[in-house]
Design a protein around this ligand. Structure first.
Ligand code: COA
Length: 342
């Protein structure tokens, strides 16, 4: 029998809780967006790897292939408990969707609020041969509508992936500009040697580790631009096309592409460089757009100095960023309207 046609329902959900400590904080005193992304990915990795090993003989490790656009709904504070719950919500032949919700709990008052919701796609890779993609055991759905909605999300992300080109040639070169609010003034890079603690048992980097570094660079660019406290507001969909191996050096570079009145868009690239293997080339592993806002001490958004674009490329990127900003703003507003009409 085709493995995919036999519904099977192992334990499909987990919850991980952890108290947020001072070393999880950004300079504004709330929890780093990157720390939250890493916790989300850890929960997704555990549940999807467990699920993918619930049937069949060949063991696998779930590799993060994609994270859908993620909004940071509310800041998480130091001292609060983060409850990260992850559930498998759809299985395709070789990929599995995990939906994650993060709740912040103030354990003194008992108050709880949702801080994040995320949707991630994992692909099982054989432990014996990391280049071999295995089949995913199918889940049982509570009704046909749940399955149909999952299938629509699967088809939509596949289509979007085809439409998104990987920006391989585009590079961010080190520049020094003393003029504030220009692209060169705030652009920043971080170099990291991939060690064992960053990797899965396969010896490849966990997606959460990469996202944390990306958020760190985006945060530095944002803070350099506006010189005030900044927080992550959202991350656009990220596709993880290539694995990054232990021993590689990764360069994470960020540059500002667009500013609205109260938000900034930062483009982040991750390039992997096999320093000790001359035969292998440096490659672009991931790229993504982060949106940051700047908050005053009371958590109110501050105005952002407008980005000064100098070159034709910078002007073009600014216009493209503006389009993305207007599209997501319109989408958020229509979702809000739909909620109030329910
Ligand atoms: N998002 C969601 N699913 C993806 C994907 C993406 N970006 N890229 C591939 N897939 C899915 C395909 O849809 C397919 O599933 P399906 O049959 O259920 O539709 C499955 O992956 C296998 O596709 P295939 O074409 O056989 O494999 P591939 O050569 O595209 O490799 C990965 C897919 C994910 C294994 C490969 O892109 C990879 O190794 N990426 C890096 C993973 C990683 O290291 N993550 C952490 C990075 S820091």
């Amino acid at each position: 029998m085709d493995q995919h046609s036999a519904p099977f329902c192992p334990l499909r959900a987990i919850q991980i809780s952890r108290i947020m400590r001072p070393d999880d904080a950004n300079i504004a005193g709330s929890v780093h967006g990157g720390t939250i992304l890493k916790m989300i990915e850890e929960a997704g990795f555990i549940i999807s790897t467990r699920h993918c090993n619930s049937q069949g003989e060949e063991h696998s490790m779930a590799a993060l292939a994609r994270v859908e656009r993620t909004d940071f709904l509310s800041p998480m504070c130091i001292g609060e408990v983060a409850h990260v719950s992850a559930e498998i919500t759809y299985t395709a032949k070789h990929s599995v969707e995990v939906q994650v919700q993060v709740i912040a709990e103030n354990i003194l008052t008992g108050d709880k609020r949702i801080t994040n919701r995320a949707s991630l796609w994992y692909v099982p890779l054989s432990i014996r041969n990391v280049d071999k993609v295995l089949e995913v055991p199918p889940i049982e759905y509570t009704d046909t509508e749940q399955e149909e909605n999952g299938r629509k999300r699967y088809e939509a992300q596949k289509l979007e992936r085809l439409a998104t080109k990987q920006k391989n040639g585009d590079v961010i070169l080190p520049m020094i500009s003393l003029e504030p609010h220009t692209v060169n003034f705030s652009q920043s890079s971080l170099i990291h040697l991939v060690g064992p603690s960053d990797c899965t048992l396969h010896g490849f980097v966990h997606g959460g580790v990469t996202m944390k570094l990306m958020d760190e660079v985006a945060g530095i660019v944002a803070a350099r631009h506006c010189k005030t406290n900044v927080v992550t507001a959202s991350v656009d969909a990220i596709n993880f096309h290539r694995k990054i191996q232990k021993g590689f050096v990764i360069t994470v570079s960020g540059r500002m592409t667009f500013t609205s009145n109260k938000s900034m868009e930062i483009e982040v690239f991750v390039d992997a460089d096999p320093i000790v293997e001359d035969t292998r080339e440096r490659f672009r592993a991931v790229s993504a757009y982060f949106t940051y806002v700047s908050l005053d001490e009371k958590g109110k958004p501050l105005s952002i100095p407008e980005l000064k674009t100098e070159t034709e490329d910078e002007k073009k990127r600014f216009e493209e960023g503006k389009m993305r900003y207007l599209q997501t703003k319109a989408k958020r507003q229509s979702e809000k309207l739909a909620l109030t009409q329910q």
